[in-house]
Design a protein around this ligand. Structure first.
Ligand code: NDP
Ligand code: 2IT
Length: 444
């Protein structure tokens, strides 16, 4: 396998899909050497079979707004690979959603899910519908319309969706309700459900908490204490909120949050009380992060990201490609010692190169944010056995999984000088497991 050749082919067959090409390139570069030690992989054309999704469903979603106007959006589900378990991955509602973005996310999900130790394949879905500014009733009607198409492609042992950007507990509830009605069954076909209908404790917290657990593992390798460390967090949604919550609990000091309009910088630190305000602002009133600055009298910078501020640790938790090469240089120049990704692919290839060059801790999303889908996997287990576990039980398992992923990254990513390349480690560990499973199951 020659990375350049494979990429050239994929770009020719699937043009205008830059995010998909970017995600594939990163994985192929990491695994090239190991892959080429297996001539049987090449003979079975494993690369194309693992880069191209099993199938993609795309459909029109028609819904009616509160004024009686009819709208259409596009809906998709990308089922990437189910070699090690049922397809599993979130649903994203955001105006930017495209086949390229969902293909990159489904591809990443496959190797992330492989790292979790749980039996889950990879998928992603979503719509270019934007929940921003929509009423509760409009969001409900949209979710119902989306599921009237999606439901025939999913099921507890087939494909299990969950949340992602623009899809939280409210949307999962509406989608699950419609699914249950259409399929005439009560099973764990969605995760991230409400606690009264099969949801798991700690699922809302899992991605943010898991990212901090992974960060702790990295810091432990150099006996660095997280206490007192200033943290730059981006985003202010599910992942950012619970990242802050765990940081605060451990005595670290989150100083930034952002949304698509700008970022706030609170040099005093975001406290538990201020975080409670953010949760209410975002989950209940669906307001803007600028309101935090008005309420607490701190700095707000419109149309910008927080990477120019001074901090010890960065936790990008908003969206893809939100940290570019210039941002990475600023972070390194300001003395950042670790970057741990809550979002999927938030750093561009140029930014990753800067982090590696500076030899700081850098954890890619597919390792660091795997806690969310891991607890989704635990929700599936609880649904199958028709039992619910305590917070402590779930949290313990989450910690164990994040430690296990860290160990695997160290095992496969340690370089000659002792620096751990977590990108390489995560990609090799995640890829090899799926590759072996596909090989063992024949040419299909
Ligand atoms: P939410 O919808 O809860 O929050 C997303 C946050 O990111 C919001 O603050 C949003 O601002 C901001 N944001 C979204 N798109 C953009 C953009 N294009 N530019 C700038 N800011 C943007 O989503 P999550 O917190 O669930 O997801 C955040 C990231 O974490 C995503 O990359 C997701 O794929 C990843 N992730 C999520 C998991 C989960 O369990 N939820 C699991 C693993 C990864 P605004 O409100 O203005 O749109
Ligand atoms: O990117 C992700 O891992 C998620 N959005 C969570 C997926 C899931 O199935 O819980």
């Amino acid at each position: 396998m020659k990375v350049e050749q494979v990429l050239e082919d994929l770009k020719r067959r699937f043009p205008n899909e830059p995010e998909y090409h970017q995600a594939v390139e990163e994985v192929l570069e990491s695994i090239e050497e190991v892959y080429n030690e297996h001539p049987e992989f090449e003979k079975a054309n494993l690369i194309e079979r693992l880069c191209i999704p099993d199938r993609i469903f795309s459909f029109r979603v028609t819904w009616v707004d509160d004024k009686g106007n009819t709208h259409t959006n596009m809906g998709y589900r990308v089922q990437h690979c189910n070699a090690i378990g049922p397809y599993k991955g979130g649903i994203r509602f955001h105006a930017s959603v495209s086949p390229s973005i969902l293909k990159f996310l489904a591809f990443e999900q496959t190797f992330k899910n492989s790292l979790t130790t749980l039996p889950m394949g990879g998928a992603k879905g979503g719509s270019d519908f934007s929940p921003k500014g929509k009423s509760n009733a409009e969001v409900m009607r949209f979710c119902q319309a989306f599921v009237t198409e999606l439901w025939r492609h999913i099921g507890p042992d087939t494909d299990v969706p969950a949340g992602d950007i623009g899809v939280g507990g409210r949307e999962v509830g509406y989608m699950f309700g419609m699914y249950r009605k259409l399929a005439h069954e009560f099973t764990g076909t969605f995760t991230g459900k409400g606690l009264t209908f099969g949801g798991s404790l700690i699922r809302p917290e899992a991605t943010g908490y898991g990212n901090v657990y992974f960060l702790l593992e990295m810091l432990k390798t150099k006996n660095i204490d997280i206490k007192g460390k200033k943290c730059l967090v981006s985003g202010s949604g599910n992942v950012a909120q619970y990242t802050c919550e765990k940081l605060i609990e451990l005595g670290a000091i989150p100083v930034t949050l952002s949304d698509s309009n700008g970022y706030i910088y609170d040099p005093e630190g975001i406290t538990a009380e201020k975080l409670a305000y953010v949760k209410e602002l975002k989950e209940l009133y669906r307001g803007r992060i600028s309101e935090y600055a008005e309420t607490y009298g701190c700095k707000y910078v419109p149309n910008a990201r927080p990477w120019g501020e001074k901090g010890d640790i960065a936790l990008p938790s908003a969206t893809q490609n939100e940290v570019n090469g210039e941002d990475a240089k600023k972070l390194v120049a300001n003395g950042v010692i670790a970057v741990s990704e809550g979002a999927n692919m938030p750093s561009t290839p140029e930014a990753i190169a800067v982090f590696h060059e500076a030899k700081i801790f850098y954890a890619p999303g597919k390792a660091a944010n795997a806690g969310g889908v891991s607890v989704s996997g635990l929700e599936m287990t609880q649904n199958s056995e028709r039992l619910s576990w305590s917070s402590e039980q779930v949290d313990e398992k989450l910690k164990w999984i994040m430690q296990n992923i860290h160990e695997n990254c160290v095992k496969y990513g340690t370089e000659a000088d002792g620096y751990v390349n977590y990108v390489k480690g995560a990609n090799i560990a995640g890829f090899m497991k799926v590759a072996k499973a596909v090989m063992a199951q024949g040419i299909i």
